[in-house]
Design a protein around this ligand. Structure first.
Ligand code: UD1
Length: 344
């Protein structure tokens, strides 16, 4: 019998791509999402790719009664992949309580119900933001956690601590914490991708929307950093590659392939690329000349960060495979598809 996985935030950007990979690997999927930053039509895109309609429950994880009801109606969940969270750094500074409530209570509710439902493991979406500005690059999992620069970043740190404390209290569960670098791109089919509501805060959707003429001009936040071209450096990781790591992680936990109760992995390519370099890649694969200007630095930005991903490579047997050209081409294909469907 196929294993059943609860994917919270399963209609979101990384969640939807992971649902596809899980289904293609033979898992049965139950999605929970409150649709606060996504759209139920994403599920049609998943069906187009996999031919399988995942179960979907529109509830808010902060609502414990609703969560209990879902778990009672969908018996036999083996593991959880927990994506659901608020993730806008700037908004978290404006509305800290919203972020603390959404991102902390949703996790404690899930953890509290796992033992009684015999759910063995939880994969948690964390971020390289927990490292702050690295003392050196590439950065590995043993690097110190730096004080968070936003309530959003703080929720990721606290979530990691909550998981550690709960597992080490003797709770009968395991966890794998995945620290993502900068996920970008879309499914090569063009059926699912990133769908930011309103003005995008993240770089790639802003680039593709500018390429499309939806935004007039991209602001490059700073060209006076201590980097070769002066713009910030990130480790841009393809979202499908990233999603595949979740399938490996869930299998590792459910099949008890490790003695460790909590494991942490960086998920990145190991390659640092600057904002200006990424713009060049976009121009090359789209054939468009991008309208951009150099603007002042954005507050709270990290100058440069890229992953040492050896642990994920060697222990999980996972590696980022896609090239940056193909990844940016997938982001552009998705943008063209959104226009074709008149979505934006
Ligand atoms: C941020 C968060 C990260 C979070 C991620 C997803 C921090 C330090 N990082 O990543 O934790 O998981 O968002 O929401 O809080 N840029 C421009 N112009 C733009 C937009 C971005 O130049 O219009 C630049 C930024 O200055 C940065 C790079 O592009 O140097 C990447 O920015 P972004 O896509 O927002 O991701 P991060 O800030 O790295």
């Amino acid at each position: 019998m196929s294993k059943k996985i609860l994917v919270t935030g399963g209609t979101g950007y990384i969640g939807s791509h992971t649902v596809v990979e899980l289904q293609q690997a033979g898992y049965e999927v139950v999605i929970i999402d409150n649709l606060s930053n996504s759209n139920a039509e994403v599920i049609d895109g998943i069906v187009k790719i996999t031919g399988i309609r995942p179960t979907f429950e529109k509830i808010d994880l902060v609502d414990m009664d609703a969560l209990k009801d879902v778990l009672n109606r969908h018996k036999g969940i083996d593991g959880i992949i927990h994506f659901a969270a608020s993730k806008a750094v700037g908004e978290s500074v404006q509305k800290p309580l919203l972020y603390y409530k959404n991102n902390l209570v949703s996790l404690t509710n899930l953890l509290e119900l796992m033992p009684e439902h015999n759910i063995k493991g939880i994969v948690f979406s964390s971020s390289c933001t927990v490292y702050g500005e690295p003392d050196q690059n590439p950065i590995d999992e043993s690097a110190p956690i730096k004080p968070a620069t936003s309530p959003y970043g703080n929720t990721k740190q606290i979530n990691e601590e909550i998981i550690n404390d709960f597992v080490h209290s003797g709770a009968p569960i395991k966890s794998i914490i995945l620290r993502y670098f900068n996920p970008i791109g879309a499914h090569p089919s063009g059926e699912i991708g990133e769908l930011p509501l309103g003005v995008p805060q993240n770089l790639v959707p802003f680039i593709t929307q500018t390429g499309m003429g939806i935004r007039e001009q991209l602001s490059v936040f700073g060209d006076d950093y201590d980097t070769p071209d002066g713009s910030c450096i990130r480790d841009f990781i393809n979202v499908v590659d990233l999603s595949k790591a979740h399938v490996i992680a869930i299998e590792r936990m459910l099949e008890n392939k490790s003695d460790e109760k909590v494991e942490i992995f960086n998920l990145g390519t190991g390659i640092g690329l600057s904002v200006l370099e990424l713009i060049s890649v976009f121009e090359k694969v789209s054939g468009k000349s991008l309208n951009y200007k150099i603007a002042p630095r954005r507050e709270g930005d990290i100058e440069k960060i890229w992953a040492q991903a050896d642990k994920a490579n060697n222990v999980l047997g996972w590696k980022a495979n896609e090239t940056i050209d193909d990844t940016m081409a997938s982001a552009w294909k998705w943008q063209l598809k959104l226009r074709e469907k008149n979505i934006i």
